[in-house]
Every structure is written in structure tokens, then in C-alpha cells.
Design a protein around this ligand. Sequence first.
Ligand code: E4P
Length: 222
Amino acid sequence: MEFMLDTVNLAEIKKWAQILPLAGVTSNPTIIKREGELDFFEHLKKVRELIGPQPSLHVQVVAKDTAGMVAEAKKLQAELGGNLYIKIPVTQEGLVAIKQLKQADFKVTATAIYTTMQGLLALEAGADYLAPYYNRMENLDTDPVALIAQLASAREKSTQKGKILAASFKNASQVTKALGAGAQAVTAGSDIYAASLADPAIAKAVSDFAIDWKTSQKRAGI
Ligand code: E4P
């Protein structure tokens, strides 16, 4: 199971890289835009510095045509290197780009997956990760759990082993449902991880244990 952060906010990454068993950081053009004016490559290099060499970094192309996507992938790889995954939307042009990039040994995350067929085609095209958009599917009255389960079952039968990296979450319940349906990885904002650890029952349990200990035991040094 892999937990990733869906942000390029440096303060959040610095904090949550320490807390989480962090497997990677994901971004898209909207996530980058949220940070305001920045030097794109310099900013992503800072992200890499913060997370270290091991976790994966997923950066999306913006071109809509195959040649543009491949050219961007080459530029991203040259500038950022390391454990980099090029995010390619699963369109007709994107599938051509995925096949070309895999033949050239790039690591690829197939993204903007809203339909089962998109996921299946990206899997067989050789994508390393498949990113179904959980909340966006729910907004469209598509069942993301069924889609993820179907992809997970197809992956079991296939020779291709791209991992399901579920994305687009608005709460922790969606995250755990995606994992329960068979996703190998999830990416979520720090707000979702924070909320998962902030239930008042957790703080109350910790504080009750401390009170009970204090009122019943004397342990040297505590
Ligand atoms: C991954 O990086 C996806 O692009 C992202 O999770 C989409 O999230 P959104 O639906 O909140 O825009």
C-alpha cells in the first residue's frame, strides 16, 4: 500500500513527509497553480529535496497532442530526473504517448481516468500507475468503487502490473473505500490525512490513558 501527497505546497510537504510513510508526491497543473507565481522547475526541485530520492514524484504534461506530450516528458525527465513519473491523461493522443514513452523507458502515470475502459487501455499500454479520479466520478454519478475493483481484477489477470493510484479525494472515507476496492496506492491532500488523525476520540483516549497512569502508577522517570 502506498500513501502519497497530492500537493506541491512546500510547507505541507515538509511537515507531512515526516509524519507519513510517504511513497510519493503527485501534482497536476491546477495543483501547481494553487501555489501562485513560481519557477516551475525550481519549485519541483525543492519538492524533490524535501522528500528525498526514494519517493516518487508525479508531474503532468499540459500538451494535448502526442508529440507535445512526449517533448514535455523529455524536458521534465532532463530537468527533474530521479524517481519521476510523467502523468499523461488517458486520451487517444495520450495512449499513443504512453506507448511511446514506455518504449523509451520512461515511467508513466496514466491520469484523468473516469471510465473503466480508460483504465484497462492504460494498463495494457504499459502505464506504471493508473489514476482514477474518485470524487470527480462520484460527482458524475459513476461508481468509483466498482471501477477500481474492475481494474484491480483485470490487473490480476494481465501480464501488465501497473498499480492503481486512486486520486481526487475529498475525505478519508473515500480513500479507505478506494483501498478496500483494490487500489495499491492513494494520493490525498494533507487536510485528509490531518482529519484522519484529528478525531476528538483519539485525543481523549490518549489523555484518558495519561490520567489513569498518573493516578494509579509511579514509573521511574515518567
Ligand atoms: C492527482 O494528482 C489528481 O490530478 C488529483 O487528485 C485530482 O484532484 P481533484 O479532483 O481534487 O482536482
